[in-house]
Design a protein around this ligand. Structure first.
Ligand SMILES: [Zn+2]
Ligand SMILES: [Zn+2]
Length: 333
């Protein structure tokens, strides 16, 4: 491979690498700008009840809850109450379903299972009966300790949290044994979760593909240009070579005779081989009247088309026109 083409190959390789890294940087930037952030809060769930077997008060506190998306982030407290209608299986989906609210006017917390209707419906049904908070326990998730940030816009000022299934079942079993459980909900830690939405993934992919296509198109264009350039150069070189042959055939040839002035000692040597002329040497006389050995100057003229002494262009001197591509004219002439 010629050094020139090696340099060109390196240059194009560097360029493609640059374009590719540009694409990746672009992709990362998009990831950062388009990614959506979700803020959510955990909730401490404190349950207090009297153990009927020992008559001891028991208290458990865990940071297992998660506030609903539209819930006010504040503390709440009350006696835990289930939906009264057992046939609805603790789901609180029926708007006419009642909760087993205690007779005394104490704040109470609704405990509802997830499923069958929206979180919003469940929370509104409990809030309509003056619950101070709504606790929905997760059901059927892949990981038993999973909770989600429930969406429930338009449920007003009632506190809504989700707790994992085991915790819900634990409180449920206490209530089913007619034990009064008091629950206190307090704010836990703030979390910031970043995720890329589906639309941004599509957007990022499309822009990445577009950039890849642009870079590929550029590379293809670059190589086509190089190919065309090399082709044109070859064609021009061939035409110039043909023209040079034609010009050489028109140039005068002479054989030196004994006693000619060229054989004298003070006459200039052949500028190509730096040797004097002898009798029987065949010389070529150029339009500028400079002469050289035929065997010395013919290969030079084929390559350069100029006199080695005065640089006169033999094509111009003989009026031989060569039609060259404009772009190449400057470089090859
Ligand atoms: Zn010579
Ligand atoms: Zn000359």
């Amino acid at each position: 491979m010629a050094p020139g083409s090696l340099v060109a190959a390196c240059r194009s390789l560097a360029l493609s690498t640059w374009l590719l890294s540009f694409c990746f940087v672009h992709l990362l930037c998009l990831d950062f700008t388009v990614a959506e952030r979700e803020e959510w809060y955990t909730a401490f769930v404190n349950i207090t009840y009297m153990d009927p077997a020992t008559s001891d008060w028991r208290t458990e506190k865990t940071e297992c809850g998660r506030y609903g998306e539209h819930s006010p982030k504040r503390d709440a407290k009350g006696v835990v109450v289930l939906p009264a209608s057992a046939q609805h299986d603790r789901l609180a989906c029926d708007p006419n379903g009642r909760f087993a609210v205690p007779m005394q006017a104490v704040p109470w917390v609704a405990l509802i299972a997830r499923g069958n209707c929206t979180y919003k419906d469940k929370i509104r049904h409990a809030a309509a009966q003056n619950a101070s908070a709504v606790v929905i326990y997760n059901v059927g998730s892949a990981n038993v300790n999973d909770t989600i940030t429930m969406p429930h816009s338009g449920t007003g000022e009632v506190v809504a949290i989700m707790i994992p299934e085991p915790k819900g079942k634990e409180v449920l079993s206490l209530l089913e044994r007619n034990i009064t459980v008091t629950m206190t909900i307090t704010i836990g830690t703030r979390n910031l979760q970043k995720y890329v939405s589906r639309t941004s993934v599509v957007f990022v992919s499309i822009s990445f593909i577009v950039l890849m296509i642009i870079s590929l198109a550029w590379l293809v264009f670059y190589y086509i240009q190089r190919f065309r350039y090399a082709n044109a150069r070859d064609r021009n070189q061939r035409r110039l070579g043909d023209a040079a042959k034609k010009a050489i055939s028109k140039l005068q040839v002479r054989t030196i005779r004994k006693g000619d002035q060229e054989t004298e000692a003070d006459f200039d040597n052949c500028a190509v081989c730096i040797e004097g002329y002898k009798a029987n040497d065949v010389v070529r006389i150029l339009p500028c009247r400079h002469l050289f050995h035929k065997s010395c100057v013919d290969p030079w003229l084929l390559d350069h088309r100029t006199c080695p002494m005065c640089k006169m262009n033999i094509l111009k001197a003989l009026g031989i026109a060569v039609s060259l591509r404009k772009k190449e004219k400057k470089r090859t002439l």
